[in-house]
Write a protein that binds this ligand. Structure first.
Ligand code: UD1
Ligand code: CA
Length: 471
């Protein structure tokens, strides 16, 4: 049977009090609506229609060609929202999954199982429900004496007895596609909110004795609908827990899952150990056998097998195998470290390629540089890559030795095997195997320290005498 999905994402999200459109608020680094799209795609939906309204352009720009779009120009309710997909979907035969863009925790497994149940039961509609200790804000499921679903009542329309019901509507449903669009035409807005409720379709089906199924979530946490930032934080916490558990079950050690923040699309290899207070963001990909953290913050960074990275911030960096980074290193975009590189403490790299076995162990800034293999960069050595207007490149050949506190004024090249003496400020290229020294020659004056001390002391006595005479 053909599977389709309608994702509702046109509401304003007033309760978020935000200039960012509600369904674009990220949960674990990914906009809610993208989580929902992943879910319906993994559940096997061939056509996906996202109903957009408020912030339509932003949502469309974000999703690109991952979905088809239907515009709901005026937000007249969830039933009216689904109706906007009529032109695109009404002629299809099959099952349509309707899901809200603000319920990011529903899993693909749940959606899949629900669709299967719906087909097996040959139902006209299947409602995904959850039993909640505190059902506040959700529509209630009203069942008949035989347990069959009769209708869904929105909280604002509930009688006192109905308000007591603990089984709620998660806002996710399967429908027979043709029956859905037929019934939507009959939905009215005669209710407390003056809206066209999608939930009324259930009552319409029941009145026609169509078969209605309910599929209850085992874990009500999946149902969290994000209407405000309190719920957003709750969704974040639940999603984080889910992501962390997935990595642990895949063979990653998290020393303290509660202080480990891994975004949805991050990949981590087996036997990697993540220490506390670590953030792994975006498209970060970590190989097996690494040690990451404590206090590491990686964004869009690739890390090879067996690398150790402590107290470091990285952004769009590529780090090879068996590299050590930190403590206190900052790897900015375009950093590429080959195998066995060592980047030590208080080192900043930007757009810098460092060859195998090379070391930048302490207190350096290396920017816009190409560094060969087996290079040693001494403590405090830096590249001066920017003249206030232009960025220039520094090249350092294989096996070169850069002494401590050297300034390399780019553009400049240091040949392979060259030796740059500590404290030099290098403005001209250094040839292969050359030694470069660029600092003023030292002069020693024998015994002069005694003389200069005596002179300084005499001056201080004179000053003190004149000070006291003034008083
Ligand atoms: C809805 C359900 C409620 C359920 C709850 C689960 C209805 C009438 N009520 O209530 O039974 O318990 O979800 O989270 O369906 N939207 C549009 N256009 C509109 C109105 C809403 O696209 O005109 C979208 C919103 O962007 C949102 C979704 O539909 O993604 C749900 O709307 P919302 O206002 O959050 O409904 P709830 O009050 O939460
Ligand atoms: Ca909602």
């Amino acid at each position: 049977m053909k599977k389709m999905a309608v994702v509702l994402a046109a509401g304003l999200g007033k309760r978020m009090k935000s200039s960012l459109y509600k369904v674009l608020h990220p949960v674990c680094g990914k906009p809610m609506v993208s989580h929902v799209l992943d879910t319906v795609k993994k559940a096997g939906c061939e056509r996906i229609v996202v109903v957009v309204g408020h912030g339509a352009e932003a949502v469309k720009a974000h999703l690109g060609n991952a979905a088809e779009f239907a515009l709901q120009a005026e937000q007249l309710g969830t039933g009216h929202a689904v109706l906007q997909a009529k032109e695109l979907l009404a002629s299809e035969d099959g099952v349509t999954l309707v899901i809200c863009g603000d319920t990011p925790l529903i899993t693909p497994e749940t959606a899949k199982a629900m669709i299967e149940r719906h087909c097996r039961d040959r139902a006209a509609a299947t409602v995904l429900t959850a039993r909640m200790e505190n059902p506040r804000g959700y529509g209630r499921i009203v069942r008949g004496p035989d347990g069959s679903v009769l209708r869904i009542v929105e909280e604002k329309d509930c009688s006192p007895q109905e308000a007591e019901i603990r089984e709620v509507n998660t806002g996710t449903y399967c429908f027979d596609n043709r029956l859905l669009f037929e019934a939507l035409e009959q939905v009215t807005n005669h209710n407390a909110q003056g809206e066209y409720y999608l939930t009324d379709v259930i009552g319409i089906f029941a009145a026609k004795s169509e078969r209605i199924s309910a599929f209850m979530l085992e874990d009500p946490a999946e149902a969290v609908g994000v209407n405000d930032r309190v719920a957003l934080a709750e969704a974040e916490r639940l999603m984080r827990k889910r992501i962390n558990e997935r990595h642990m079950l895949n063979g990653v050690t998290l020393i303290d899952p509660d202080s480990t923040y891994i975004e949805a699309d991050v990949i981590i290899g087996q036997d990697t150990v993540i220490y506390p207070n670590t953030y792994l963001r975006g498209r970060t990909e970590i190989g097996p056998g690494c040690v990451i953290g404590p206090s590491a913050d990686l964004t869009d960074t690739v890390v090879g097998r067996g690398t150790v990275l402590r107290y470091a911030v990285t952004d769009q960096a590529e780090i090879g195998e068996e590299v050590t980074v930190g403590p206190y290193a900052y790897l900015r975009p375009g950093t590429r470290l080959s195998r066995h590189v060592k980047v030590g403490h208080f080192v900043e790299l930007k757009n810098a390629q460092i060859g195998e076995n090379s070391k930048v162990p302490h207190l350096s800034y290396i920017g816009d540089a190409v560094v060969g293999v087996d290079v040693n960069i001494g403590c405090g050595a830096i590249t001066a890559n920017y003249d206030g207007y232009n960025k220039s490149v520094t090249e350092i050949g294989d096996g070169a030795f850069i002494g401590t506190n050297v300034n390399l004024i780019a553009p400049v090249k240091v040949g392979s095997g060259a030796y740059v003496v500590a404290g030099s400020t290098i403005t001209q290229d250094v040839g292969e195997n050359d030694l470069a020294i660029a600092r003023t020659r030292q002069i020693n004056k024998p015994g002069y320290a005694v003389k200069i001390r005596a002179r300084a002391k005499a001056k201080s006595v004179r000053n003190n005498v004149s000070d006291s005479s003034e008083k």
